[in-house]
Ligand binder design. Structure first.
Ligand code: ADP
Ligand code: MG
Length: 615
């Protein structure tokens, strides 16, 4: 070990740059944030070789005064903060005063700027931290900054850069995030002289989502809007059918800044619980706006993580708003025909459809849903409506005030105006295939039901309803059964003792990591108390944060429902089929089983007609 000495400033800059400038995309991010902070209405980005050779950002913002040009490259020099108090109410994207200093330290930068209110502009360059003199410049108002040969003086960093395609991918992602969160700005991106994106200021958020992610997503979005106190949530979430294998298409912005946040990511995932299989991720574009003093952005050098003053309230807001929105949507997956039938049509228009919408226009045509033609009748000559079909339209509206179990009469479809609703009992046409699937005729088309998945969901909803009025029936054990757990498992289990008791699972501490089970849910009497507790413990421990009571109950109830439901391969009688099918229409949220598998697929009558070339 040598003697201690102060590092030269060139080394300090390189160390600091290491924190924020990792690759061309990091440069693009910092430059674009500066352009946004400058109040620009148009921002043009041009890059060469994935940004490794050259990055140029031109904006029409407020510009930098000639005498400040050198200061812009000094570290900890910023125009966006005055005192320490400002740190706790940051309204701009930048505030650290580090970016230009870092970029200037590891690249060759030319900065030209002209504040519109001044007679002329000026330029300066910074090569590996070496500043030139400022000179007069006659360009146009705004700022133009060109970064060449990134990492030219840090060869190790340069070696870490990936292929041009990969680097371009990263920087397009940065561009996308900013263009999504600032939809009033005109944005362009060019690579090696070719335009990649041209996003006019007139393009709405929805237009932008279509440009960046295509129709597959933009046509299956549900708009979200909610507030809680001074916090506003807005944006779009995609139909569960758009699910992905990773969370990359989950965009979360807080006060215009793209961030990552585990807790809010969790809220999003929870909102889709039961609609997606395990390991699948929903697509979402969510914007939270809250007073700047409610969020601390000064947590992470690249500002992608933040700390909220009341993270729990935000978790709750996101979870409940999304859950409600998904409930209101019609989520019966459509069976895809083996040709070009557009799935997007089947999901309805992308815009926000109100819960109590008018019946869709096609319900007024002759062969409309609710007016099935008689069997074997010629579809060209519409059959006269049968008596039961002549329901006045109002009674076919979804009725969200009548929730299961409150004794109120139900209208046939609770879910959505597009949901297939059933003919009245007695005229049900349904058959069982392979002792596993039920196929039935509905107003909207041919519905294929997975009997286990549907029954599981119905039991699950029933259990949820029942548990609201008190604990579930229990099976008391004559001699409490000891179960050995690790200390952590035992602690978690005892922590959730009350919630478990509501499910009929009564546990107490025996000491030394052993837990005594004195009763367990009667519904699960075919399983040993030990295996029931084991499943519960696995669930409690396999979470990075303790599950909320509601989540815990949901999971345990779904475990019970799965165990108690009819299985694939169980033959059903006509009465059983009818009972199951009728309950489908009565219970809420029956589109997916509690594990997220669909319970039913709809092959619409229109699709059938198209496939058989009847239309
Ligand atoms: P920060 O953005 O954190 O303040 P930067 O190092 O990114 O730090 O920029 C330093 C300063 O240079 C900014 O505070 C701002 O005053 C000025 N600046 C940088 N880019 C621009 C731009 N495109 N337009 C106007 N001013 C800019
Ligand atoms: Mg900045």
């Amino acid at each position: 070990m040598g003697r201690i000495h102060q590092l030269p400033s060139s080394v300090i800059t390189k160390i600091a740059a290491g924190e924020v400038i990792e690759r061309p995309a990091s440069v693009v991010k910092e430059l674009l944030e500066n352009a946004v902070d400058a109040g620009s209405t148009r921002i043009d980005v041009e890059v060469e070789q994935g940004g490794v050779e050259m990055i140029r950002v031109v904006d029409n913002g407020c510009g930098i005064a000639a005498e400040d040009l050198a200061l812009a490259f000094a570290s900890h020099a910023t125009s966006k903060l005055a005192g320490a108090d400002d740190l706790f109410r940051i309204g701009s994207l930048g505030f650290r005063g580090e970016a230009l200093a870092s970029i200037g330290g590891v690249a060759q930068v030319a900065l030209q700027s002209w504040p519109a209110d001044q007679a002329s502009g000026a330029e300066i360059s910074c090569h590996g931290g070496q500043l030139s003199e400022a000179r007069a410049w006659n360009g146009s108002p705004g700022t133009r900054i060109e970064v060449r040969h990134l990492f030219f003086n840090t060869p190790v960093r340069r070696k870490f850069l990936r292929t041009i395609g990969t680097e371009l991918g990263h920087l397009s992602e940065v561009f996308t995030r900013l263009a999504l969160s600032y939809p009033d700005l005109h944005w362009t991106l060019r690579h090696n002289g070719k335009p990649i994106y041209e996003v006019p200021a007139s393009a709405s958020l929805l237009d932008r989502i279509r440009m960046f992610f295509g129709k597959e997503i933009s046509e299956r979005l549900y708009e979200v809007k909610a507030d809680a106190g001074s916090v506003r949530l807005s944006g779009y979430i995609a139909d569960p059918a758009c699910e992905r294998g990773n969370a990359k298409l989950q965009y979360l912005f807080v006060n215009g800044r793209w961030i990552r946040d585990r807790s809010l990511g969790h809220a999003l995932q929870e909102a889709y619980r039961g609609l997606l299989m395990a390991g699948r991720y929903p697509v979402a574009f969510l914007f939270l706006d809250l007073p700047p003093d409610q969020v601390d952005v000064n947590v992470h050098p690249t500002k992608v993580e933040v700390r909220f003053r009341d993270g729990n309230a935000l978790h709750h807001l996101v979870f409940t708003a999304l859950r409600e929105r998904l409930r209101a949507a019609n989520l019966t997956p459509r069976l895809q025909a083996p040709s070009t039938i557009s799935v997007s049509y089947a999901y309805g228009p992308p815009n926000d459809r109100p819960l109590l919408a008018d019946p869709p226009p096609w319900s007024l045509t002759a062969d409309a849903p609710g007016l099935p033609s008689l069997p074997f009748s010629n579809s060209a000559a519409p059959a006269p409506p049968r008596p039961f079909a002549a329901l006045p339209p109002e009674t076919r509206q979804p009725n969200h005030t009548s929730v299961l179990g409150n004794g109120v009469e139900h209208t046939p479809s609770l879910a959505h105006p597009d949901s297939p609703s059933l003919p009245p009992p007695g005229s049900l046409k349904a058959i069982q295939l392979y002792d596993t699937y039920l196929v039935l005729e509905t107003n909207a088309g041919m519905l294929v039901i997975d009997q286990h998945a549907l029954h599981e969901r119905i039991l699950f909803e029933g259990l949820k309803e029942r548990i609201r009025s008190g604990p579930l029936e229990t099976q008391k054990l004559l001699i409490p059964e000891p179960v050995d757990l690790s200390d952590e498992e035992a602690a978690r289990t005892l922590e959730f003792r009350e919630a478990l008791a509501e499910l009929g699972l009564e546990v107490s501490d025996f000491g030394g990591g052993t837990v005594l089970v004195s009763s367990y849910p009667a519904l699960l009497s075919r399983r040993t108390p030990q295996s029931v507790l084991r499943a519960v413990v696995d669930h409690l421990v396999n979470q990075d944060r303790p599950p909320s009571r509601e989540v815990l109950l949901n999971n345990l109830l779904s475990l019970m429902a799965c165990h108690a439901a009819v299985r694939a391969g169980d033959p059903l009688t006509a009465e059983e089929i009818a009972a199951l099918v009728v309950q489908r229409d009565l219970a809420d949220d029956t589109h997916h089983c509690p594990h997220g598998r669909p319970t039913a697929l709809l092959f619409s009558k229109q699709d059938l007609e198209k496939q058989f070339r009847r239309v």
